[in-house]
Design a binder for this molecule. Structure first.
Ligand code: SDX
Length: 432
């Protein structure tokens, strides 16, 4: 890492702060000594201008719409790779050899089942419980069922990392399918000796009296959509996984925190909100004009869901890939979806509207993903669970960076206090 310095002049003092330059030329002022040298902190609500870590997993250039996992452009991975291979790449840093890919796939299959005792946890969840609330509870529960892999001692937990990572990826997939069946009153299916995505579709759609018949185009589309979600730099949920992991918390506990962060409508919950928005436009026979007008009010409750991004001020490259795949998948499956037409019209209209242009608001990963999930027979309330299944490798890779960093520190941001100045206690009798 090259380094030079930045000069900060404050209160008649001048201090030199080291400058860090990343692999792709991103520049940062190293502020780790700022408070001790000046008594000041930087204030950056939402951390939009703050780097919390050095990471080698994903590179993202929001201005130019670039996304690479371990150096490989997302467009190339979308064209040539599949979810499990990309999961291996994101976690271990290299594309797997044939042997490594086989062994990783076997480890995922061997850990696809959910223990009977853990299955009983479902009995405590109402059928109409929000799927992400169930998922976060069950992912956290993995720490209770695998305490030997979740000791909260980085050295011990890292010795078992490969197994813990495989359990996390494989069981989050199986638990996702179980949540779908539980909320529909359907019996759980047992995992079979199938590839990752085929096993998911079997766990979702097989019945005791009728096996799910694999459709290559569906499996391929599911691989693509999960791959497109596999990691995304320091997004809200991934930063949450790092934050929780920085306390020494085990992988499963940290992942459960990531699931919770992802569930918000401004983050992973947006794919559900997009479909609800498109469905509402369809049901009202609106061409989207009303929605766009309401979205321009800017209030968080009226936003054009699936549009805008905290980092991309250009097209989200994933939206391009998924947007293109929508038509292909629907054609291959001999399906059509009026919501796709509405989404495409909405995109065209918004991209011509100065409100969106001036704010650099483009479609993001969530704008089209729901169209594909729906084409695969996955119901809207399961879309964010699908996002969590896809993002599990990225969360795991980031937890591993935190756990492996011998010089790592607990994440503990500062604040600017704006509350009441010092005051003395007032006995109850004297309070007005
Ligand atoms: C994901 O971080 C990641 O990498 C996340 C993610 C990942 O893979 O992990 O990419 C996944 O979360 C994608 C984003 C999904 N969320 C949505 O689609 C929800 C709709 N989008 C927004 O709420 C918003 O764009 C955010 C939350 C995504 C980004 O918010 P920012 O960067 O904090 O933007 P902002 O709130 O500061 O808005 C800037 C301006 C404001 O207007 P002004 O105050 O300047 O007048 O843009 C407006 C906002 O009102 N704006 C929108 C808008 N998004 C921002 N106006 C209408 N519709 C929108 N969608």
């Amino acid at each position: 890492m090259q380094s030079k310095t930045a000069t900060l002049r404050i209160d008649d003092k001048e201090i030199a702060l080291p400058v860090m330059i990343g692999t792709e030329g991103e520049k940062a002022v190293d502020a780790r000594k700022l408070r001790q040298d000046t008594g000041y902190i930087f204030y950056d609500q939402g951390y939009g201008n703050t780097g919390s870590c050095e990471s080698a997993v994903t590179y993202l250039d929001g201005d130019n719409g670039i996304l690479r996992h371990r150096g490989y452009p997302i467009e190339q991975l979308a064209e040539h790779s599949e979810f499990v291979e990309t999961a291996y790449l994101v976690i271990y840093g290299e594309l797997p050899t044939q042997e490594q890919r086989k062994n990783f796939g076997n480890l995922l299959r061997e850990n696809a089942h959910v223990e009977t005792q853990m299955q009983r946890l479902f009995e405590g969840f109402p059928k109409d419980a929000p799927p992400m609330a169930i998922l976060s509870s069950l992912v956290g529960a993995l720490a209770a069922y695998y305490p030997q892999l979740a000791t909260n001692n980085f050295e011990k937990d890292l010795q078992q990392f490969d197994l813990a990572a495989a359990i996390a990826i494989s069981k989050i997939r199986t638990l996702g399918a179980m949540i779908y069946r539980h909320t529909r009153g359907l019996p759980f299916m047992h995992p079979k000796d199938l590839p990752f995505c085929d096993n998911f579709l079997h766990l979702m759609f097989s019945e005791p009296y009728q096996e799910y018949v694999s459709i290559p185009e569906v499996t391929q589309a599911l691989n693509l959509i999960l791959l497109m979600h596999s990691d995304h730099e320091q997004n809200c949920s991934t930063s949450t996984v790092r934050m929780v992991g920085s306390s020494g918390a085990n992988l499963f506990t940290s992942l459960a925190a990531g699931v919770n962060a992802l569930s918000g409508p401004l983050h992973g919950g947006a794919n559900v909100a997009v479909m609800q928005m498109l469905q509402s436009i369809h049901d009202e026979g609106d061409d989207g004009t009303r929605f766009i007008a309401a979205a321009k009010s800017g209030s968080k409750g009226n936003r054009l869901m699936g549009f805008g991004h905290a980092v991309y001020k250009n097209f989200d490259p994933r939206a391009r890939v998924i947007g293109k795949a929508c038509g292909v998948v629907l054609n291959k499956l001999g399906k059509s979806d009026p919501l796709l037409d509405i989404a495409q019209n909405l995109e065209q209209a918004a991209l011509k509207d100065d409100y969106f242009i001036s704010r650099k608001l483009y479609p993001n990963v969530d704008f089209y993903s729901g169209i594909i999930f729906r084409a695969l027979g996955i119901p809207t309330n399961m879309f964010t669970v699908m996002f969590a299944i896809g993002r599990s490798p990225g969360w795991i890779a980031n937890w591993r960076e935190v756990a492996s960093n011998a010089k790592g520190r607990i994440y503990r941001p500062r604040q600017i206090f704006v509350g009441s100045p010092k005051r003395d206690y007032v006995p109850m009798a004297k309070r007005s």
